[in-house]
Design a protein around this ligand. Structure first.
Ligand SMILES: [Zn+2]
Length: 427
């Protein structure tokens, strides 16, 4: 168990008593737990004052990270692995000199930028010299971490999932028809990693049976159609269980597990077929965090926690607990207005609004659209409001339909504003 969920006070109060009762070995264990708890508190304190403030929000491109690459060029080896289909460089950062090789890549899907921010938080963390000296020294001696911060720089620039040729790079592991896919495959074959970290972001539609949003989700991809638990898959599952144990303390009930259907065209599945453990990270949503700055922190903590677990030669984590993590469900909308009377009906219904993301002048606009009208049972809104059976007007109109872009929602009787989004959200 790592980063156990005991409070520091409990820990200190019980330490002596328990040790007297159960002996020296137990005392050592409790001291270890105390140290873990203190480490967790200190790391959260460090993060809140020191995260990488030079990149933020949803629109993160090669141009945004270039000043950071320049800075880290003084500390780490930075190479250019190749160029994208539109000729943009694909850089890779090499950190540490240890025997355990880890290969991580982010923004394979261009508009999934949260994990890229977390990577630069992590880089800042291991580069600073004031805190956690022993832990960082141990990390640099134990691991060689290769990071491709933006695998799909064209998609990042266009704010699209796919690359410039409209190809989903994560369905390319066999075809390798695109420059970016070949860059990743070459890196895998050349570096021969012991572990791969496939860093993604997921839409705000995902929630869990806990009724909470899927703020962070994981997958240990399958390596065959039967989804058998191979050695590499088991190891990725153990690591995910360790990460889940830690994250549950920060965001209880908000950690999910992705569908493990096998797809040989996905890089994670293909690398796992080669016997290399792969962890898929999905940075998700919570509350009003459309800039994904909260989720970014959870991903940073996950990276720190992961390397702490990996430092042990043997970690006693039961991989079967992986299956206790709830599966992702599509049960969330950005906004739900419940109990409204619309389109002349006297039967109350509910309206779900989902934001469409659009790149406009260097920022991402979130345009609210009506996505569903109906009972909306077993579905939840990141924001919800009860209209108490009011007749409503949307954009001052009586009739509403799916796909309508929403500016305002008013109560028809007294004209009071229920939902108002003047310039849409932009991040
Ligand atoms: Zn993705």
């Amino acid at each position: 168990m790592y980063f156990d969920s005991i409070s520091l006070d409990d820990c200190l109060q019980n330490q002596t008593l328990v040790a007297q009762l159960t002996g020296y070995r137990c005392k050592l264990h409790i001291v270890y737990l105390c140290w873990r708890t203190i480490f967790k508190m200190e790391i959260e304190a460090w993060y809140s004052n020191n995260f990488e403030s030079l990149i933020s929000g949803r629109y993160v491109t090669l141009a945004h990270i270039k000043p950071l690459l320049k800075k880290y060029n003084n500390y780490y080896e930075i190479s250019i692995l190749g160029v994208s289909e539109l000729g943009k460089e694909i850089p890779m950062i090499k950190i540490g000199s240890g025997k355990k090789i880890v290969l991580a890549w982010s923004q394979m899907h261009g508009n999934e930028s949260t994990t890229t921010k977390s990577i630069f938080d992590f880089l800042k963390f291991i580069t600073q010299k004031d805190h956690f000296k022993d832990e960082i020294k141990s990390f640099l001696n134990n691991f060689t971490l290769y990071v491709i911060p933006i695998l799909n720089p064209d998609g990042a620039s266009l704010y699209t999932r796919n690359n410039a040729n409209d190809i989903d790079l994560n369905r390319e592991a066999q075809d390798l028809s695109q420059n970016e896919s070949r860059v990743l495959m070459n890196a895998f074959k050349t570096l021969k990693p012991n572990l791969c970290l496939n860093l993604h972001g997921q839409r705000s539609i995902f929630g869990l049976e806990t009724k909470k949003p899927a703020t962070v989700s994981f997958l240990s991809p399958s390596s065959n159609m039967d989804r058998k638990v191979t050695d590499s898959r088991r190891m990725a599952m153990q690591l995910i269980v360790g990460l889940n144990n830690y994250l549950q303390q920060l965001i209880p009930g908000q950690i999910g597990r992705y569908d493990d259907s096998f797809n040989v065209n996905c890089f994670g599945d293909t690398f796992q077929m080669e016997g290399v453990p792969v962890i898929l990270f999905e940075a998700g949503h919570v509350g009003n965090d459309y800039r994904r700055e909260k989720t970014r922190a959870y991903l940073f903590y996950s990276l720190v926690c992961l390397f702490e677990i990996l430092k042990q030669d043997d970690f006693p984590i039961n991989y079967k607990d992986y299956f206790l993590i709830p599966e992702n469900k599509k049960n969330y909308y950005d906004y739900i207005l419940r109990n409204v009377l619309v389109n002349g009906s006297i039967k109350p219904t509910s309206i779900a609004i989902q934001f469409t993301e659009s790149l406009e002048k260097g920022t991402i606009k979130f345009i609210p659209k009506i996505t569903k009208i109906g009972a909306l049972k077993n579905t939840y809104g990141h924001l919800e409001k009860d209209a108490n059976n009011s007749k409503i007007l949307v954009n001052y109109q009586n009739n509403i339909e799916i796909g309508l872009i929403v500016s305002t929602i008013n109560n028809k009787n007294d004209n009071s504003l229920i939902y108002f989004n003047k310039n849409n959200h932009s991040f």
